[in-house]
Design a protein around this ligand. Structure first.
Ligand SMILES: *Cc1c(COP(=O)(O)O)cnc(C)c1O
Ligand SMILES: [Zn+2]
Length: 415
């Protein structure tokens, strides 16, 4: 089945064969993978998907892989959890957590995009992969390169969290720490990508890489019984994930896999210290003003997001909105999710929870509607954000009487 039509310019619509290119030669617009949807209709069915593996590869027919899957065979199909406790706390009827902080080799949704990009790099015969990263992508590219026996060059801002640095180095890539912001790292990587024949997953492989994020959207719909929720809250860095969840829902509609129209409102979540996409949404302006990031949500700290304009358009087109979260609100969000649902997410998840809370409180999300909160990364990777906040309640000598006294003190304090 020839499912790929090729690549298509998002701006002028010009078509290109599916090769490792990412920019339109005519208008410099970004290229996107285009499929033969007519040929896929009736071939990709609810049943064919259900018969697939319990991973993102159950949607392989809708991803730009033509041969066999090379790496990340077990990525995805993460839990969608009905969050009753959090719903009570937020006073909202139907709250779901799409928990992408588990069931991934490197505990973030980036394993979805990297599994596609690295497989595609192998298909095109590359022997080296690379990326510019705010942390999670670094972990994932290094891990999948190791699995696929490829060389890897990983570029990060030098001030990343230790957990993210260690979680990259362990796979033995070449890690390059750049003294600068992510946006400076990214600019450098564009120049390197022009000079060396490497598969930069989020530069020259961006059209393929970003398609991996669609699986996050497919899973939500399938796990809800082929239904779409009324709201999805998505943390935005480069702005790709939110656009691809939207693309995924629309594709399912095109293929007749979901009943009724797609009425999901897509909401963008960003930190106040780096929220250029949300600022566009709030100002109702399609002009992105780059910012210099200053936030504890480092995985989202992209001041000049590549897909910022498209992320803004998705929020608008879907009738969604966006909100910023302060560093304090981010920490409160992390603690709220942990306390109510037993899920430890990283700072990006704190942003999403905090933003959901605000959107409910301000009435943007009506309390009777269904909400999916995207939890995209694991809290054990960013403990730095919480070290100063959390401490053992009781410190005692190893004796029963010491414990009895401490317990009595605790009860006194509580009453
Ligand atoms: C990269 C990342 C995002 C956002 O991804 P984009 O597609 O670049 O907007 C969200 N959450 C986490 C944890 C990430 O690492
Ligand atoms: Zn073009």
């Amino acid at each position: 089945m020839a499912k790929l039509k090729g690549l298509k310019c998002r701006e002028c619509g010009r078509q290109y064969p599916a090769t490792p290119v990412h920019v339109c030669e005519f208008c410099f617009g970004p290229l996107e993978v285009d499929y033969q949807y007519e040929a896929l209709k009736g071939v990709v069915t609810r049943e064919s998907i259900a018969a697939g593996p319990p991973s993102m590869w159950r949607y392989k027919d809708l991803l730009p892989i033509e041969g066999e899957v090379a790496v990340g065979h077990h990525v995805g199909f993460t839990p969608l959890i009905r969050a009753q406790n959090l719903a009570e706390e937020l006073d909202c009827k139907e709250v779901w957590i799409k928990n992408d902080s588990v069931c991934h080799p490197t505990w973030s949704f980036k394993d979805r995009v990297v599994a596609v990009a690295v497989t595609k790099a192998r298909e095109f015969g590359f022997d080296t992969v690379a990326c510019a990263s705010t942390g999670n992508l670094a972990n994932s590219v290094a891990a999948h390169a190791a699995e696929g026996r490829l060389k890897s060059y990983i570029f990060i801002p030098a001030d990343l969290e230790q957990g993210k640095v260690l979680g990259t180095l362990v796979y033995n890539p070449t890690l390059v720490a750049v003294h600068g912001t992510y946006d400076e790292v990214n600019r450098l990587c564009s120049e390197i990508a022009d000079k060396y024949r490497w598969a930069f997953v989020n530069v020259n492989f961006r059209p393929y890489y970003s398609e991996g994020s669609k699986s996050f959207g497919y899973e939500i719909a399938e796990q809800l019984g082929w239904r779409t929720p009324q709201h999805i809250i998505v943390p935005c860095a480069g702005g790709s994930l939110i656009t691809k969840i939207w693309k995924a829902l629309k594709e399912l509609k095109t293929l007749g896999l979901i009943d009724g129209p797609v009425k999901t409102k897509m909401h963008a979540a960003q930190a106040l210290g780096c929220g250029p996409i949300v600022t566009m949404i709030k100002n109702d302006s399609d002009v992105l003003r780059p910012v210099r990031p200053n936030t504890i949500a480092k995985s989202l700290a992209i001041g000049n997001p590549a897909d910022g304009y498209y992320a803004y358009k998705v929020a608008k087109e879907s009738g969604g909105h966006g909100e910023h979260a302060t560093d304090e609100e981010i920490i409160e969000g992390m603690l709220l999710l942990a306390r109510t649902e037993g899920i430890f997410t990283e700072t990006a998840g704190g942003v999403t929870v905090a933003v959901t809370k605000k959107l409910i409180e301000t009435g943007v999300i009506p309390r009777g509607e269904s909400v999916v909160i995207s939890i995209t990364g694991n809290g054990l990777k960013t403990p730095d954000a919480l070290y100063e906040r959390l401490e053992a309640h009781v410190k005692i000598k190893p004796s029963l009487s010491a414990f009895d006294r401490a317990l009595a003190d605790l009860k006194n304090q509580a009453s």
